[in-house]
Ligand binder design. Structure first.
Ligand code: PHE
Length: 345
């Protein structure tokens, strides 16, 4: 076969080979076989010296034309295969399928309860405030009528940062800060935040949350405390809940009262059917907050007129959240398990 014939056969031969090439890599192989450095076209070109000198220019021109043809065929097939692949992908795509909803973040139950409690008090005119978790001995103890060697300091296992500096053991130092800042009554504040105690077991964690409330004015009585806290607890736990006030002791309130609500689970009956209620341990009551009339000694520490009157209260947020949502294990609040947290979305 003459060199020119061999050249002219390249195009039809690639055409039929391409019809069998079903993948991009098969087309790639044909590219190498026809147009590669050692491919068929190159091999024919290498035989140029076999031709008479006057035939060579025409052959060269023809070879260039064939090269263009081959290259166009290969490009076309590559494009066709790409379009087919895209079409196949689209055929697998079902536009009528419902979308997949992205995960939404949600508020932690502790945050939810804090916000709910603050909302109730905000509606009553209390202002939400916040302050430091690292506190001075003065704000956390001294100004709250807990002098250095007061035995009641043992009620709270304190984490010391350094001499005279503690992780606050309760939110009550916010009472001191609020009064020092406002300088005189009237004031009504609510202070949510983290508190720390050197305590860790199934029912205690070294960090938990409290909410502190303080109202100071003229002629505030225990009746105001009772009315306000009863209204609050019914807003939080439902209008049927019974509220009970028991005498207690806190160094910074006088008199002091602890407040119980009727058990959420057994509704105050102490049992469910014939089974003893495990939530209230059959007492029918749940201790929910500590409170009292601000001790005049505290006013002395913050430069308030000792004739002022006011009440203060503090409650544990996780405890309230456990009762509200029926959570039985305190550790759930701190484990960041999404299976738990998503239920509050
Ligand atoms: N600070 C007390 C506690 O942590 C609670 C409390 C606050 C009691 C305000 C009375 C008044 O136990």
């Amino acid at each position: 076969m003459s060199l020119t014939d061999a050249l002219q056969r390249l195009t039809p031969s690639l055409q039929s080979a391409l019809r069998q090439a079903l993948t991009l890599s098969a087309v790639e192989e044909l590219h190498t076989a026809y147009l590669g450095r050692k491919g068929m076209l190159a091999q024919l070109m290498a035989r140029l010296p076999e031709l008479a000198p006057e035939e060579r220019p025409a052959f060269g021109k023809a070879a260039n034309a064939v090269k263009e043809e081959l290259s166009a065929l290969l490009t076309e097939r590559t494009g066709a295969l790409g379009a087919e692949a895209e079409e196949a992908a689209l055929a697998r795509f079902d536009p009528s399928l419902p979308g997949r909803e992205p995960w939404k973040g949600s508020l932690h139950p502790t945050t939810l309860v804090m916000e709910e409690i603050c909302r109730v008090f905000n509606a009553l005119g209390f202002e939400t405030i916040s302050g430091p978790e690292v506190e001075t001995d003065f704000h956390n103890f001294e100004a709250l009528n807990l002098p250095k060697d007061h035995p009641a300091r043992d009620m709270q296992d304190t984490l010391y940062v350094s001499d005279g500096v503690v992780m606050r053991t309760h939110t009550s130092p916010m009472q001191v800060r609020a009064m020092l800042e406002r300088k005189k009554p009237p004031l009504a504040v609510i202070a949510p935040g983290k508190v720390y105690r050197r305590d860790s077991d199934i029912t205690h964690t070294p960090m938990f949350h409290q909410i502190e409330g303080l109202l100071v004015d003229k002629n505030v009585t225990l009746a105001h405390l009772r009315g306000t806290l009863t209204l609050f607890l019914r807003a939080l736990f439902g209008p049927e809940v019974a509220v009970r006030f028991r005498p207690s002791f806190f160094p910074f309130t006088e008199p002091s009262v602890e407040v119980d609500i009727s058990c959420i689970l057994c509704e105050g009956k102490g049992k469910i059917g014939n089974e003893p209620c495990r939530v209230c341990k059959s007492t029918g009551w749940l201790e929910i907050l500590g409170s009292g009339m601000v001790d005049p000694a505290v006013y002395g520490h913050v430069g308030f007129d000792p004739e002022c009157t006011g009440f203060a209260f503090g409650l544990g947020v996780e405890r309230v959240a456990m009762l509200k949502y029926g959570i039985t294990d305190l550790r759930m609040f701190f484990e960041s398990d999404l299976r738990f947290l998503r239920q509050f979305a």
